[in-house]
Design a protein around this ligand. Structure first.
Ligand SMILES: Nc1ncnc2c1ncn2[C@@H]1O[C@H](COP(=O)(O)OP(=O)(O)OP(=O)(O)O)[C@@H](O)[C@H]1O
Length: 329
């Protein structure tokens, strides 16, 4: 068991949201008679994350992911429960604690918009009181790893999204944090930038032992990076395990597509359900745990002249949707 870096126990957070119906009259009325509704964003969330893990924190929109990240990074105070990160209580010890963590919110910038990137980095050096030799070393390493050479002198507002994201990630690591929170770090990035960001995350985890907590809706981020998945829905933790475990539990569904020389009758295959049919092609769904592919192909080949066969596994997106459906979230 790895040494725990983050420990959450029974964390709860409820927001009061002002309720208002549409229209000017109700807007005026609500000025005098405010009605509130409670949104329970987190309900008794408990988990522990060990040193050096890369954990994917997933769940549908509004599940409570950002709220959890805000609690763990000390921006938000929960209503109940305890949260200990590297011995600190994030919201209470915030001024000391922030020196040990890096945070990237994909949809928000920590860089100053109108000044060159390098000026933002120097401001962060002063804010975090990073000793000059450490700052220099990190800047050199991050510039090389994230290919920042040509963009350090450019104001942030002139950068593309992919360039800005690489700078955001560099900014979050200038002070050598041992823990990195990444909230949607690849949102809106093209395929090349996504792969570059993923490679970098893997590398700092391996080479520097940085623990990474990653929220994303992009399941290929999870496939590429996460050793472990925590899934949250409606404020409750629903799954804690590895991706292979998840695949083993839900991923035995397959589709079988067969092309054959023209055949006028649809063919029934015991053990598989037919999804579509034409005189030249049929698609079946089957569960690989219940029936072997060979036991489907053999009876099929006795009835038609087979030309081509393709078998597709259930993708990670479909597995996640199935998991959401199972928990009705
Ligand atoms: N400051 C706030 N005031 C009121 N309600 C909030 C606030 N922040 C979050 N919520 C509510 O808490 C719930 C959880 O929100 P949160 O942002 O944590 O979800 P999320 O899983 O990060 O969603 P997404 O994937 O859409 O970013 C939602 O119902 C949201 O509307």
């Amino acid at each position: 068991m790895r040494k725990p870096v983050i420990e959450l126990e029974d964390i709860g957070k409820t927001f009061q949201v002002a309720e208002r119906t549409a229209g000017l009259a109700s807007a005026v009325k609500s000025l005098f008679n405010r009605k509130h509704r409670e949104v329970e964003a987190l309900k008794d969330i408990s988990f522990s994350i060990g040193e050096g893990e890369i954990v994917g924190y997933i769940g549908p929109n509004g599940a409570g992911k950002s709220t959890t990240i805000k609690v763990m990074s000390g921006i938000l105070v929960p209503d109940k429960g305890t949260c200990t990160v590297m011995g600190f209580t994030p919201w209470r010890d915030r001024s000391q604690y922030v020196e040990h963590i890096g945070v990237v919110f994909g949809q928000r910038s920590q860089l100053w918009w109108d000044v060159p990137v390098i000026d933002s980095f120097e401001l962060l050096r002063d804010i975090y009181r990073i000793p000059e030799p450490i700052y220099r070393d990190n800047l050199t390493m991050l510039t090389a790893m994230l290919a920042l050479d040509d963009i350090l002198g450019v104001p942030v507002r002139q950068l593309s999204l992919g360039q800005r994201m690489r700078c955001e990630i560099a900014a979050s690591l200038l002070h050598n944090p041992k823990l990195l929170f990444l909230d949607e770090p690849t949102i809106g990035l093209d395929a090349v930038s996504k792969i570059a960001v993923r490679k970098f995350i893997k590398r700092i985890n391996k080479e520097r032992g940085v623990t990474v907590i990653l929220t994303t809706h992009d399941m290929s981020d999870i496939e590429a990076l996460a050793d472990r998945i925590l899934m949250i829905g409606k404020g409750t933790l629903l799954y804690d395990g590895t991706l292979p475990e998840l695949k083993a539990r839900f991923g035995s569904g397959r589709t079988l597509t067969v092309d054959y020389r023209e055949h006028t009758e649809p063919i029934e295959l015991p053990g598989a359900s037919r999804l579509s049919w034409t005189p030249e092609r049929a698609v079946y769904a089957f569960d690989a745990e219940r029936i072997k592919l060979a036991d489907l192909i053999a009876p099929l080949s006795q009835q038609v002249e087979l030309l081509d066969i393709a078998v597709d596994e259930k993708g990670i997106d479909e597995i996640i949707v199935q998991l959401y459906e199972e928990h009705q979230i």
